[in-house]
Design a protein around this ligand. Structure first.
Ligand SMILES: [Fe+2]
Ligand SMILES: [Fe+2]
Length: 141
């Protein structure tokens, strides 16, 4: 994922959420750099723990936003967040148990999930948010 990928990401026009998405890309890029040995080591585990924390906070912020705009697919979207979180927690468990993990599979999983989720799913929230904002602007005129 390069700079232009991240610049092409959907923009909510909400600095907090947009900032989170950019930071998530940066973290995944950092992970990719530290993954050059081909195995998942303890250092990667530490970066992953930070990623888990970061995504947790991001999901909370995004879910609050969805609630505030009465996003119609809130429950479905929340479920996707939980599933991703569960996957990462399971990966961390495997790292703690010194199980062998293919680092490229892991990176592909993270990259694909993030790209697909933000591009396809978060983009739908951005659309609803823009529509609500527009309607509000018309109402208050
Ligand atoms: Fe999301
Ligand atoms: Fe998101």
């Amino acid at each position: 994922m390069n700079e232009s990928d991240s610049n092409n990401f959907c923009h909510f026009g909400i600095p907090e959420i947009d900032g989170h998405h950019h930071e998530l890309i940066k973290m995944i890029n950092r992970l990719a750099k530290s993954a050059n040995s081909g195995t998942v080591d303890k250092e990667m585990g530490r970066v992953l723990i930070r990623l888990v924390d970061y995504t947790k906070n991001h999901f909370i912020a995004e879910e609050k936003l969805m609630q505030s705009i009465e996003y119609p697919d809130l429950d479905i979207h929340k479920k996707m967040h939980r599933e991703f979180n569960n996957e990462i927690v399971a990966i961390l468990k495997r790292i703690r148990n010194d199980e062998e993990l293919d680092v490229f599979d892991l990176m592909n999983f993270l990259r694909d999930w993030l790209l697909n989720h933000v591009h396809n799913e978060d983009a739908k929230i951005a659309e609803v948010f823009a529509a609500r904002k527009k309607a509000l602007t018309i109402e208050t005129k």
